[in-house]
Design a protein around this ligand. Sequence first.
Ligand SMILES: C[S@@+](CC[C@H](N)C(=O)[O-])C[C@H]1O[C@@H](n2cnc3c(N)ncnc32)[C@H](O)[C@@H]1O
Length: 493
Amino acid sequence: MTVWSHGYVADSPYTFSYQPAQAPGHLAMVCAMAGVVWAPQPRMAMLDIGCGRGLTVNVLAAANPGWHVLGLDYNPAHIAEAQELADAAGSANAGFCEADLAEMTDAEMDRLPEFDIVTIHGVWTWVADAVRAGIVRLLARRLKPGGLCYIGYNVQPAFGADAALQRLFMHLAGQARGSSRARVEAALEQVRALAATNPAQLPSTPMLRYLLDKEQRLDTAYLAHEFLTSHWRPAFHEDVCAALAPAKLEFVGSATLHENMPDLQLDAAQRATYEGMPPGPAREFIKDLCLPRAFRRDVFIRGLRRTDHVEALDRLVIAACRALPEDSPKLSVPVGEAELAPAMWQPIAAALREGPQSLHRLRHLPEERRPNPAELLAVLQGTGLVVPVLREPQVTEETQRFNRALFAATLASGDREGQFALASSAIAGGLPCAWLEMALAVQPDILDAPPETLAARLLPHLDEEGRAEAATLIGRIQAERIPVWRGLGLLPG
Ligand SMILES: C[S@@+](CC[C@H](N)C(=O)[O-])C[C@H]1O[C@@H](n2cnc3c(N)ncnc32)[C@H](O)[C@@H]1O
Protein backbone atom coordinates (compact mmCIF):
# COMPACT_ATOMS: atom_id res chain seq x y z
CA MET A 1 0.00 0.00 0.00
CA THR A 2 1.17 3.52 -0.76
CA VAL A 3 1.90 5.37 2.51
CA TRP A 4 -0.77 8.05 2.02
CA SER A 5 -3.50 5.68 0.78
CA HIS A 6 -5.34 4.89 4.10
CA GLY A 7 -5.75 1.32 2.86
CA TYR A 8 -7.34 2.28 -0.48
CA VAL A 9 -5.77 1.39 -3.86
CA ALA A 10 -3.57 4.25 -5.01
CA ASP A 11 -0.88 2.67 -7.19
CA SER A 12 -3.09 1.87 -10.22
CA PRO A 13 -5.57 4.28 -11.81
CA TYR A 14 -9.28 3.49 -11.74
CA THR A 15 -11.29 2.79 -14.90
CA PHE A 16 -12.21 5.69 -17.17
CA SER A 17 -15.96 6.06 -17.00
CA TYR A 18 -18.85 8.49 -17.35
CA GLN A 19 -21.74 7.99 -14.92
CA PRO A 20 -25.03 9.30 -16.42
CA ALA A 21 -26.81 9.04 -13.05
CA GLN A 22 -24.64 11.92 -11.77
CA ALA A 23 -25.97 14.35 -14.40
CA PRO A 24 -28.27 17.02 -12.93
CA GLY A 25 -30.84 16.39 -15.70
CA HIS A 26 -31.09 12.80 -14.51
CA LEU A 27 -31.24 13.80 -10.84
CA ALA A 28 -34.14 16.15 -11.68
CA MET A 29 -36.11 13.12 -12.94
CA VAL A 30 -35.58 11.37 -9.59
CA CYS A 31 -36.85 14.43 -7.68
CA ALA A 32 -39.88 14.80 -9.96
CA MET A 33 -40.81 11.14 -9.47
CA ALA A 34 -40.57 11.56 -5.70
CA GLY A 35 -42.54 14.85 -5.75
CA VAL A 36 -39.59 16.79 -4.32
CA VAL A 37 -38.84 20.39 -5.32
CA TRP A 38 -35.53 20.61 -7.19
CA ALA A 39 -34.42 21.66 -10.67
CA PRO A 40 -31.05 22.41 -12.28
CA GLN A 41 -30.35 26.14 -12.61
CA PRO A 42 -28.59 28.00 -15.44
CA ARG A 43 -25.74 28.80 -13.02
CA MET A 44 -24.69 26.13 -10.54
CA ALA A 45 -21.66 24.82 -8.69
CA MET A 46 -21.14 21.08 -8.54
CA LEU A 47 -18.62 18.90 -6.71
CA ASP A 48 -17.71 15.28 -7.48
CA ILE A 49 -16.06 13.70 -4.42
CA GLY A 50 -13.62 10.90 -5.32
CA CYS A 51 -13.86 11.92 -8.98
CA GLY A 52 -11.35 9.32 -10.18
CA ARG A 53 -9.99 10.18 -13.63
CA GLY A 54 -12.57 12.94 -13.93
CA LEU A 55 -14.51 11.98 -17.05
CA THR A 56 -17.91 12.75 -15.49
CA VAL A 57 -16.72 16.17 -14.28
CA ASN A 58 -15.19 16.99 -17.65
CA VAL A 59 -18.28 15.97 -19.64
CA LEU A 60 -20.63 17.96 -17.38
CA ALA A 61 -18.40 21.04 -17.55
CA ALA A 62 -18.15 20.93 -21.36
CA ALA A 63 -21.92 20.50 -21.70
CA ASN A 64 -22.72 23.36 -19.28
CA PRO A 65 -20.49 26.42 -19.63
CA GLY A 66 -22.69 28.18 -17.01
CA TRP A 67 -21.84 25.63 -14.32
CA HIS A 68 -18.65 25.35 -12.33
CA VAL A 69 -17.80 21.66 -11.91
CA LEU A 70 -15.09 20.61 -9.47
CA GLY A 71 -13.60 17.13 -9.06
CA LEU A 72 -11.84 16.20 -5.82
CA ASP A 73 -9.64 13.15 -5.37
CA TYR A 74 -6.52 12.33 -3.36
CA ASN A 75 -4.78 10.43 -6.14
CA PRO A 76 -2.50 12.90 -7.98
CA ALA A 77 -2.35 10.66 -11.07
CA HIS A 78 -6.17 10.89 -11.37
CA ILE A 79 -6.16 14.67 -10.88
CA ALA A 80 -3.33 15.27 -13.36
CA GLU A 81 -5.04 13.21 -16.08
CA ALA A 82 -8.41 14.88 -15.48
CA GLN A 83 -6.90 18.38 -15.57
CA GLU A 84 -4.99 17.55 -18.75
CA LEU A 85 -8.25 16.68 -20.52
CA ALA A 86 -9.94 19.88 -19.24
CA ASP A 87 -6.98 21.91 -20.54
CA ALA A 88 -6.98 20.14 -23.90
CA ALA A 89 -10.71 20.85 -24.25
CA GLY A 90 -10.31 24.46 -23.08
CA SER A 91 -12.93 23.89 -20.34
CA ALA A 92 -12.23 26.79 -17.97
CA ASN A 93 -15.26 25.84 -15.83
CA ALA A 94 -13.88 22.38 -14.97
CA GLY A 95 -11.60 22.31 -11.94
CA PHE A 96 -9.74 19.54 -10.13
CA CYS A 97 -8.46 19.56 -6.60
CA GLU A 98 -6.03 17.06 -5.08
CA ALA A 99 -7.16 16.64 -1.48
CA ASP A 100 -7.40 13.84 1.06
CA LEU A 101 -10.82 13.74 2.69
CA ALA A 102 -9.38 12.16 5.81
CA GLU A 103 -6.94 15.02 6.27
CA MET A 104 -8.79 18.10 4.98
CA THR A 105 -9.25 20.72 7.70
CA ASP A 106 -12.45 22.71 8.14
CA ALA A 107 -10.58 25.80 6.93
CA GLU A 108 -9.50 24.01 3.74
CA MET A 109 -13.07 22.90 3.11
CA ASP A 110 -14.35 26.42 3.64
CA ARG A 111 -12.07 27.71 0.90
CA LEU A 112 -14.18 25.71 -1.59
CA PRO A 113 -17.31 27.36 -3.00
CA GLU A 114 -20.77 26.39 -1.73
CA PHE A 115 -22.26 23.69 -3.95
CA ASP A 116 -25.71 23.13 -5.45
CA ILE A 117 -24.90 19.47 -6.06
CA VAL A 118 -22.40 17.05 -4.56
CA THR A 119 -21.94 13.59 -6.09
CA ILE A 120 -20.05 10.64 -4.57
CA HIS A 121 -19.93 7.57 -6.81
CA GLY A 122 -18.15 4.41 -5.69
CA VAL A 123 -16.32 5.84 -2.68
CA TRP A 124 -18.32 5.40 0.55
CA THR A 125 -18.11 1.62 0.96
CA TRP A 126 -14.40 1.31 0.14
CA VAL A 127 -12.83 3.88 2.46
CA ALA A 128 -11.78 4.24 6.12
CA ASP A 129 -14.00 5.84 8.77
CA ALA A 130 -11.85 9.00 8.71
CA VAL A 131 -12.59 9.41 4.98
CA ARG A 132 -16.33 8.91 5.53
CA ALA A 133 -16.18 11.49 8.32
CA GLY A 134 -14.45 13.90 5.91
CA ILE A 135 -17.22 13.39 3.34
CA VAL A 136 -19.94 14.17 5.88
CA ARG A 137 -18.03 17.23 7.16
CA LEU A 138 -17.66 18.51 3.62
CA LEU A 139 -21.35 18.00 2.92
CA ALA A 140 -22.33 19.70 6.17
CA ARG A 141 -20.12 22.74 5.46
CA ARG A 142 -20.39 23.19 1.68
CA LEU A 143 -23.72 21.82 0.38
CA LYS A 144 -26.16 24.73 0.03
CA PRO A 145 -29.61 24.68 1.64
CA GLY A 146 -31.82 23.04 -0.98
CA GLY A 147 -28.75 21.33 -2.45
CA LEU A 148 -28.76 17.79 -3.81
CA CYS A 149 -26.45 14.89 -3.00
CA TYR A 150 -26.06 11.72 -5.08
CA ILE A 151 -24.25 8.76 -3.50
CA GLY A 152 -23.59 5.39 -5.17
CA TYR A 153 -22.42 2.52 -2.94
CA ASN A 154 -22.29 -1.26 -2.42
CA VAL A 155 -25.35 -2.23 -0.44
CA GLN A 156 -26.13 -4.83 2.21
CA PRO A 157 -27.27 -7.52 2.20
CA ALA A 158 -26.65 -8.21 -1.53
CA PHE A 159 -22.98 -7.23 -1.74
CA GLY A 160 -22.38 -8.52 1.79
CA ALA A 161 -22.60 -12.01 0.30
CA ASP A 162 -19.22 -11.28 -1.37
CA ALA A 163 -17.44 -10.63 1.94
CA ALA A 164 -15.61 -13.99 1.79
CA LEU A 165 -14.66 -13.40 -1.84
CA GLN A 166 -13.20 -10.01 -0.96
CA ARG A 167 -11.15 -11.49 1.91
CA LEU A 168 -9.92 -14.22 -0.41
CA PHE A 169 -8.76 -11.59 -2.93
CA MET A 170 -6.99 -9.64 -0.18
CA HIS A 171 -5.15 -12.71 1.08
CA LEU A 172 -4.20 -14.03 -2.36
CA ALA A 173 -3.17 -10.63 -3.74
CA GLY A 174 -1.14 -10.11 -0.56
CA GLN A 175 1.06 -13.05 -1.63
CA ALA A 176 1.60 -11.69 -5.15
CA ARG A 177 4.05 -9.05 -6.34
CA GLY A 178 3.71 -5.98 -8.52
CA SER A 179 1.03 -3.33 -8.93
CA SER A 180 -2.50 -3.76 -7.59
CA ARG A 181 -3.65 -4.67 -11.09
CA ALA A 182 -0.96 -7.33 -11.46
CA ARG A 183 -1.74 -8.70 -8.00
CA VAL A 184 -5.49 -8.86 -8.60
CA GLU A 185 -4.84 -10.66 -11.87
CA ALA A 186 -2.64 -13.22 -10.11
CA ALA A 187 -5.26 -13.61 -7.36
CA LEU A 188 -8.00 -14.10 -9.95
CA GLU A 189 -6.33 -17.24 -11.31
CA GLN A 190 -6.25 -18.72 -7.81
CA VAL A 191 -9.82 -17.62 -7.04
CA ARG A 192 -10.94 -19.48 -10.17
CA ALA A 193 -9.01 -22.60 -9.23
CA LEU A 194 -10.40 -22.62 -5.70
CA ALA A 195 -13.95 -21.80 -6.80
CA ALA A 196 -13.85 -24.86 -9.08
CA THR A 197 -13.72 -26.99 -5.90
CA ASN A 198 -17.02 -25.43 -4.69
CA PRO A 199 -15.82 -24.39 -1.22
CA ALA A 200 -18.74 -24.72 1.19
CA GLN A 201 -18.58 -21.09 2.34
CA LEU A 202 -17.86 -19.27 -0.93
CA PRO A 203 -21.35 -18.24 -2.05
CA SER A 204 -22.07 -18.44 -5.76
CA THR A 205 -22.94 -14.74 -6.10
CA PRO A 206 -23.44 -12.84 -9.37
CA MET A 207 -19.95 -11.35 -8.82
CA LEU A 208 -18.32 -14.77 -8.48
CA ARG A 209 -20.18 -16.05 -11.54
CA TYR A 210 -19.00 -12.98 -13.47
CA LEU A 211 -15.40 -13.67 -12.43
CA LEU A 212 -15.65 -17.31 -13.45
CA ASP A 213 -17.14 -16.55 -16.85
CA LYS A 214 -14.25 -17.01 -19.29
CA GLU A 215 -16.19 -15.14 -21.98
CA GLN A 216 -16.23 -11.92 -19.95
CA ARG A 217 -13.51 -9.39 -20.54
CA LEU A 218 -12.63 -8.54 -16.94
CA ASP A 219 -11.42 -5.05 -16.12
CA THR A 220 -8.50 -5.49 -13.70
CA ALA A 221 -8.47 -1.77 -12.79
CA TYR A 222 -12.07 -2.13 -11.64
CA LEU A 223 -11.35 -5.40 -9.79
CA ALA A 224 -8.32 -3.93 -8.00
CA HIS A 225 -10.33 -0.91 -6.78
CA GLU A 226 -13.33 -3.09 -5.95
CA PHE A 227 -11.54 -5.70 -3.86
CA LEU A 228 -8.04 -4.67 -2.78
CA THR A 229 -9.07 -2.16 -0.18
CA SER A 230 -8.68 -2.74 3.55
CA HIS A 231 -12.00 -1.00 4.25
CA TRP A 232 -14.35 -2.86 1.89
CA ARG A 233 -17.73 -2.81 3.65
CA PRO A 234 -21.06 -2.73 1.85
CA ALA A 235 -23.50 -0.59 3.85
CA PHE A 236 -27.13 -0.86 4.83
CA HIS A 237 -29.14 2.01 3.38
CA GLU A 238 -30.42 3.02 6.81
CA ASP A 239 -26.82 3.31 8.07
CA VAL A 240 -25.96 5.60 5.16
CA CYS A 241 -29.03 7.73 5.98
CA ALA A 242 -27.91 7.91 9.64
CA ALA A 243 -24.33 8.79 8.63
CA LEU A 244 -25.52 11.62 6.36
CA ALA A 245 -28.05 13.01 8.86
CA PRO A 246 -25.52 15.40 10.52
CA ALA A 247 -25.27 17.11 7.10
CA LYS A 248 -29.10 17.45 7.27
CA LEU A 249 -29.64 15.19 4.27
CA GLU A 250 -32.98 13.49 3.66
CA PHE A 251 -33.56 10.61 1.25
CA VAL A 252 -35.37 11.45 -1.99
CA GLY A 253 -35.24 8.26 -4.05
CA SER A 254 -33.20 5.95 -6.25
CA ALA A 255 -31.44 7.25 -9.34
CA THR A 256 -32.40 3.94 -10.99
CA LEU A 257 -35.87 5.22 -11.74
CA HIS A 258 -37.91 2.02 -11.81
CA GLU A 259 -36.61 1.09 -8.34
CA ASN A 260 -38.89 3.84 -7.01
CA MET A 261 -41.99 1.94 -8.13
CA PRO A 262 -42.71 -0.89 -5.64
CA ASP A 263 -45.28 -2.52 -7.91
CA LEU A 264 -42.55 -3.06 -10.55
CA GLN A 265 -40.17 -4.45 -7.94
CA LEU A 266 -42.03 -6.57 -5.41
CA ASP A 267 -44.57 -9.35 -5.70
CA ALA A 268 -47.85 -9.20 -3.77
CA ALA A 269 -46.56 -10.91 -0.61
CA GLN A 270 -43.38 -8.80 -0.55
CA ARG A 271 -45.47 -5.67 -1.08
CA ALA A 272 -47.69 -6.55 1.88
CA THR A 273 -44.61 -6.56 4.16
CA TYR A 274 -43.30 -3.40 2.48
CA GLU A 275 -46.57 -1.55 2.94
CA GLY A 276 -46.78 -2.66 6.56
CA MET A 277 -43.64 -0.60 7.24
CA PRO A 278 -43.53 3.17 7.67
CA PRO A 279 -42.18 5.06 4.62
CA GLY A 280 -38.43 5.50 4.93
CA PRO A 281 -35.42 3.28 5.66
CA ALA A 282 -37.50 0.27 6.81
CA ARG A 283 -39.29 0.09 3.45
CA GLU A 284 -36.02 0.56 1.59
CA PHE A 285 -34.60 -2.36 3.60
CA ILE A 286 -37.40 -4.62 2.38
CA LYS A 287 -36.47 -3.64 -1.17
CA ASP A 288 -32.78 -4.32 -0.47
CA LEU A 289 -33.77 -7.72 0.86
CA CYS A 290 -35.93 -8.64 -2.13
CA LEU A 291 -34.21 -7.01 -5.13
CA PRO A 292 -31.21 -8.40 -6.98
CA ARG A 293 -29.29 -5.10 -6.72
CA ALA A 294 -25.87 -4.97 -5.08
CA PHE A 295 -25.19 -1.28 -5.79
CA ARG A 296 -27.49 1.57 -4.75
CA ARG A 297 -27.67 4.97 -6.39
CA ASP A 298 -29.31 7.17 -3.76
CA VAL A 299 -30.38 10.78 -4.04
CA PHE A 300 -30.59 12.99 -0.92
CA ILE A 301 -31.51 16.63 -0.44
CA ARG A 302 -30.66 19.19 2.19
CA GLY A 303 -34.06 20.69 3.00
CA LEU A 304 -36.78 18.51 1.53
CA ARG A 305 -39.85 20.33 0.18
CA ARG A 306 -42.78 18.46 -1.34
CA THR A 307 -44.56 19.24 -4.58
CA ASP A 308 -47.15 17.50 -6.74
CA HIS A 309 -45.24 14.72 -8.49
CA VAL A 310 -47.47 14.62 -11.58
CA GLU A 311 -46.99 18.36 -12.19
CA ALA A 312 -43.25 17.97 -11.65
CA LEU A 313 -43.09 15.02 -14.07
CA ASP A 314 -45.15 16.92 -16.64
CA ARG A 315 -42.53 19.66 -16.76
CA LEU A 316 -39.72 17.24 -17.72
CA VAL A 317 -38.59 17.15 -21.33
CA ILE A 318 -37.12 13.99 -22.86
CA ALA A 319 -35.72 13.05 -26.27
CA ALA A 320 -34.94 9.79 -28.05
CA CYS A 321 -31.26 8.90 -27.83
CA ARG A 322 -31.43 5.88 -30.15
CA ALA A 323 -33.65 4.69 -32.99
CA LEU A 324 -37.03 3.88 -31.47
CA PRO A 325 -38.40 0.36 -32.07
CA GLU A 326 -41.75 -0.24 -33.76
CA ASP A 327 -42.82 -2.57 -30.94
CA SER A 328 -43.55 -1.29 -27.49
CA PRO A 329 -40.35 -1.43 -25.37
CA LYS A 330 -40.22 -3.90 -22.49
CA LEU A 331 -38.29 -3.20 -19.31
CA SER A 332 -37.13 -6.24 -17.33
CA VAL A 333 -38.01 -5.74 -13.67
CA PRO A 334 -37.89 -8.18 -10.73
CA VAL A 335 -41.59 -9.07 -11.09
CA GLY A 336 -41.49 -9.60 -14.86
CA GLU A 337 -41.64 -7.06 -17.67
CA ALA A 338 -43.01 -3.52 -17.61
CA GLU A 339 -44.46 -2.58 -20.98
CA LEU A 340 -46.66 0.18 -22.40
CA ALA A 341 -49.74 -1.03 -24.25
CA PRO A 342 -48.90 -1.01 -28.00
CA ALA A 343 -51.72 1.49 -28.65
CA MET A 344 -50.05 3.87 -26.19
CA TRP A 345 -46.59 3.38 -27.68
CA GLN A 346 -47.37 4.23 -31.33
CA PRO A 347 -48.27 7.94 -30.86
CA ILE A 348 -45.57 8.42 -28.21
CA ALA A 349 -42.88 6.95 -30.47
CA ALA A 350 -44.09 9.05 -33.43
CA ALA A 351 -43.83 12.26 -31.37
CA LEU A 352 -40.37 11.37 -30.01
CA ARG A 353 -39.18 10.73 -33.57
CA GLU A 354 -40.02 14.39 -34.32
CA GLY A 355 -37.84 15.72 -31.48
CA PRO A 356 -37.77 16.44 -27.72
CA GLN A 357 -41.17 16.31 -25.99
CA SER A 358 -42.53 17.20 -22.58
CA LEU A 359 -43.79 14.29 -20.53
CA HIS A 360 -47.08 16.23 -20.29
CA ARG A 361 -47.53 16.12 -24.07
CA LEU A 362 -46.44 12.50 -24.39
CA ARG A 363 -48.82 11.18 -21.79
CA HIS A 364 -51.76 13.00 -23.35
CA LEU A 365 -51.18 11.56 -26.85
CA PRO A 366 -52.76 8.10 -26.42
CA GLU A 367 -56.48 8.60 -26.85
CA GLU A 368 -58.08 5.74 -24.98
CA ARG A 369 -56.01 5.30 -21.85
CA ARG A 370 -53.37 7.66 -20.49
CA PRO A 371 -50.10 6.10 -19.26
CA ASN A 372 -49.00 6.65 -15.68
CA PRO A 373 -46.30 9.35 -16.16
CA ALA A 374 -43.83 7.81 -13.68
CA GLU A 375 -44.12 4.39 -15.31
CA LEU A 376 -43.85 5.92 -18.80
CA LEU A 377 -40.63 7.68 -17.80
CA ALA A 378 -39.22 4.64 -15.97
CA VAL A 379 -39.81 2.33 -18.96
CA LEU A 380 -38.47 4.75 -21.61
CA GLN A 381 -35.41 5.72 -19.56
CA GLY A 382 -34.81 2.23 -18.18
CA THR A 383 -34.73 0.71 -21.67
CA GLY A 384 -32.14 3.30 -22.69
CA LEU A 385 -34.37 4.92 -25.30
CA VAL A 386 -34.55 8.46 -23.95
CA VAL A 387 -32.48 11.06 -22.14
CA PRO A 388 -33.60 14.15 -20.23
CA VAL A 389 -33.28 17.37 -22.21
CA LEU A 390 -32.66 20.74 -20.56
CA ARG A 391 -32.02 22.95 -23.60
CA GLU A 392 -32.80 23.37 -27.29
CA PRO A 393 -30.54 20.99 -29.23
CA GLN A 394 -27.63 22.88 -30.75
CA VAL A 395 -24.01 22.18 -31.59
CA THR A 396 -21.79 24.21 -29.28
CA GLU A 397 -18.11 25.12 -29.53
CA GLU A 398 -17.47 23.78 -26.02
CA THR A 399 -18.95 20.32 -26.61
CA GLN A 400 -17.28 19.91 -29.99
CA ARG A 401 -13.90 20.89 -28.57
CA PHE A 402 -14.36 18.52 -25.67
CA ASN A 403 -15.51 15.55 -27.74
CA ARG A 404 -12.53 15.97 -30.05
CA ALA A 405 -10.15 16.29 -27.07
CA LEU A 406 -11.59 13.15 -25.45
CA PHE A 407 -11.16 11.20 -28.67
CA ALA A 408 -7.58 12.45 -29.04
CA ALA A 409 -6.86 11.38 -25.44
CA THR A 410 -8.09 7.84 -26.18
CA LEU A 411 -5.89 7.70 -29.28
CA ALA A 412 -2.89 8.73 -27.20
CA SER A 413 -3.63 6.25 -24.38
CA GLY A 414 -4.85 3.40 -26.59
CA ASP A 415 -7.87 3.13 -24.25
CA ARG A 416 -10.81 1.68 -26.20
CA GLU A 417 -12.76 0.01 -23.41
CA GLY A 418 -13.86 2.85 -21.11
CA GLN A 419 -17.46 3.91 -20.59
CA PHE A 420 -17.15 6.99 -22.81
CA ALA A 421 -19.69 9.74 -23.43
CA LEU A 422 -20.21 12.52 -25.93
CA ALA A 423 -20.86 15.87 -24.26
CA SER A 424 -24.18 17.41 -25.30
CA SER A 425 -25.54 20.85 -24.46
CA ALA A 426 -29.16 19.68 -24.92
CA ILE A 427 -28.75 16.83 -22.43
CA ALA A 428 -26.67 19.07 -20.15
CA GLY A 429 -24.44 16.03 -19.78
CA GLY A 430 -23.15 13.11 -21.75
CA LEU A 431 -24.56 10.57 -24.13
CA PRO A 432 -22.85 7.27 -23.23
CA CYS A 433 -21.11 5.74 -26.24
CA ALA A 434 -18.63 3.12 -27.32
CA TRP A 435 -15.22 4.17 -28.63
CA LEU A 436 -16.19 3.45 -32.24
CA GLU A 437 -19.27 5.68 -31.95
CA MET A 438 -17.14 8.49 -30.58
CA ALA A 439 -14.61 8.01 -33.39
CA LEU A 440 -17.41 8.62 -35.91
CA ALA A 441 -19.15 11.44 -34.05
CA VAL A 442 -16.03 13.59 -33.83
CA GLN A 443 -15.27 13.30 -37.56
CA PRO A 444 -18.45 14.55 -39.27
CA ASP A 445 -16.62 14.96 -42.59
CA ILE A 446 -16.12 11.18 -42.97
CA LEU A 447 -19.46 10.07 -41.51
CA ASP A 448 -21.14 9.20 -44.78
CA ALA A 449 -18.25 7.17 -46.23
CA PRO A 450 -18.90 3.45 -46.97
CA PRO A 451 -18.70 1.35 -43.75
CA GLU A 452 -15.88 -0.81 -45.17
CA THR A 453 -13.75 2.29 -45.83
CA LEU A 454 -14.41 3.58 -42.32
CA ALA A 455 -13.60 0.22 -40.72
CA ALA A 456 -10.26 0.10 -42.57
CA ARG A 457 -9.45 3.68 -41.59
CA LEU A 458 -10.51 3.57 -37.92
CA LEU A 459 -9.47 0.00 -37.09
CA PRO A 460 -6.46 -0.75 -39.35
CA HIS A 461 -5.09 -3.36 -36.90
CA LEU A 462 -8.07 -5.75 -37.34
CA ASP A 463 -7.89 -8.83 -39.55
CA GLU A 464 -10.32 -9.32 -42.45
CA GLU A 465 -13.01 -10.97 -40.32
CA GLY A 466 -12.73 -8.34 -37.60
CA ARG A 467 -12.99 -5.56 -40.15
CA ALA A 468 -16.09 -7.09 -41.73
CA GLU A 469 -17.73 -7.21 -38.29
CA ALA A 470 -16.70 -3.60 -37.64
CA ALA A 471 -18.15 -2.54 -41.02
CA THR A 472 -21.51 -4.10 -40.09
CA LEU A 473 -21.44 -2.24 -36.79
CA ILE A 474 -20.54 1.04 -38.48
CA GLY A 475 -23.39 0.57 -40.99
CA ARG A 476 -25.78 0.18 -38.06
CA ILE A 477 -24.40 3.28 -36.33
CA GLN A 478 -24.82 5.25 -39.56
CA ALA A 479 -28.43 4.13 -39.95
CA GLU A 480 -29.59 4.22 -36.35
CA ARG A 481 -27.40 6.58 -34.36
CA ILE A 482 -26.33 9.42 -36.62
CA PRO A 483 -29.86 10.79 -37.25
CA VAL A 484 -30.46 10.78 -33.48
CA TRP A 485 -27.14 12.54 -32.79
CA ARG A 486 -28.14 15.22 -35.29
CA GLY A 487 -31.49 15.64 -33.54
CA LEU A 488 -29.73 16.07 -30.19
CA GLY A 489 -27.34 18.69 -31.55
CA LEU A 490 -24.31 16.43 -31.26
CA LEU A 491 -23.58 16.86 -34.97
CA PRO A 492 -24.34 19.72 -37.34
CA GLY A 493 -27.92 19.22 -38.69
C1 LIG B 1 -13.86 3.45 -7.08
S1 LIG B 1 -13.12 4.99 -7.38
C2 LIG B 1 -14.49 5.91 -8.05
C3 LIG B 1 -14.05 7.00 -8.98
C4 LIG B 1 -15.17 7.75 -9.68
N1 LIG B 1 -16.12 8.32 -8.77
C5 LIG B 1 -15.83 6.85 -10.71
O1 LIG B 1 -16.94 6.38 -10.48
O2 LIG B 1 -15.22 6.63 -11.77
C6 LIG B 1 -12.91 5.75 -5.76
C7 LIG B 1 -12.13 7.05 -5.80
O3 LIG B 1 -12.02 7.60 -4.46
C8 LIG B 1 -10.74 8.19 -4.33
N2 LIG B 1 -10.39 8.25 -2.90
C9 LIG B 1 -10.17 7.19 -2.06
N3 LIG B 1 -9.82 7.64 -0.84
C10 LIG B 1 -9.83 9.00 -0.89
C11 LIG B 1 -9.52 10.02 0.06
N4 LIG B 1 -9.09 9.72 1.27
N5 LIG B 1 -9.65 11.30 -0.33
C12 LIG B 1 -10.03 11.61 -1.60
N6 LIG B 1 -10.30 10.69 -2.55
C13 LIG B 1 -10.19 9.40 -2.19
C14 LIG B 1 -9.83 7.25 -5.13
O4 LIG B 1 -8.62 7.84 -5.51
C15 LIG B 1 -10.70 6.88 -6.31
O5 LIG B 1 -10.51 7.73 -7.40
